[in-house]
Design a protein around this ligand. Structure first.
Ligand code: PGA
Length: 232
């Protein structure tokens, strides 16, 4: 059975004190079959790594974005060598980065490739099957290393954006996940993202082609996030 992955995407939220308080309030039941991944902003990664260790929590860290260059004179970019010390995963190609930071298909596949080279698992967001096909045509590593990538089907219209929940229908999500599996032609890990909350998490996690979720708004509250993790 594939591991269930629950990814918390805090987006551009939380002070460091709020982040510490969140960790203290987290109450998750962990198991070998489940991994809880927290993606705070870059500035929180190292202090949170220390706090997670001190509290003995079973939470691994991921970033919300990945650099395009390994190191060098690229002002404002994060050094991959330092990131490697703290993250195991990185969300790549989130639709909000495509919308607000003008990320292109080429940028996304470059980041996926660099993450793979550095043994960081890309959590590759897909708005549609057409987008996946574009990535597959641009970078052959995406197909070749697909077992080392976590794919997320996340239609932009289902993202709460911090407002009202507007999730996709779970059956439809399951069908889209099957399309992704067929395009890749291998048994890869697929998550769903978009308005997951404690009330609907089970309906997604029980779908046969879905191995967990990418959670935005509901990851900001430690109680809601714990409930979602404990549903999986
Ligand atoms: P949401 O966000 O859970 O608030 O819809 C998900 C995401 O954008 O990753």
């Amino acid at each position: 059975m594939a591991k269930t992955l629950i990814v918390g995407n805090w987006k551009q939220n939380k002070t460091i004190d709020e982040a510490y308080a969140w960790l203290s309030a987290l109450s998750i039941q962990t198991s070998e079959e489940k991994e809880v991944i927290l993606c705070p902003s870059f500035i929180h990664l190292f202090p949170l790594q220390e706090r997670i260790r001190a509290l003995g929590l079973k939470v691994v860290l991921g970033s919300q974005n990945f650099p395009s260059f390994p190191k060098g004179s690229y002002t404002g970019e994060e050094p991959v060598e330092a990131l490697r010390e703290v993250i195991s995963y990185s969300i790549i190609g989130h639709s909000e980065r495509r919308k607000y930071a003008n990320e292109t298909d080429n940028d996304v596949v470059k980041k996926v490739s660099l993450a793979l080279q550095n043994d960081i698992t890309p959590i590759l967001c897909l708005s549609s099957i057409e987008q996946l096909n574009s990535y597959l045509s641009l970078e052959r590593k995406i197909a070749e290393s697909s077992e080392k990538i976590v794919f997320v089907y996340e239609p932009p219209g289902a993202i709460s954006g911090g407002g009202e929940f507007r999730p996709e229908n779970p059956e439809e999500v399951n069908r889209k996940a099957l399309d992704i599996l067929e395009s890749i032609g291998k048994n890869v890990t697929i998550l769903y993202g978009g308005s997951i909350n404690p009330d609907n998490a089970k309906s997604f996690f029980s779908m046969p082609n879905i191995s967990g979720g990418l959670v935005g708004q509901s990851s900001l509250d430690p109680i809601s996030f714990s409930q979602i993790c404990n549903t999986a």
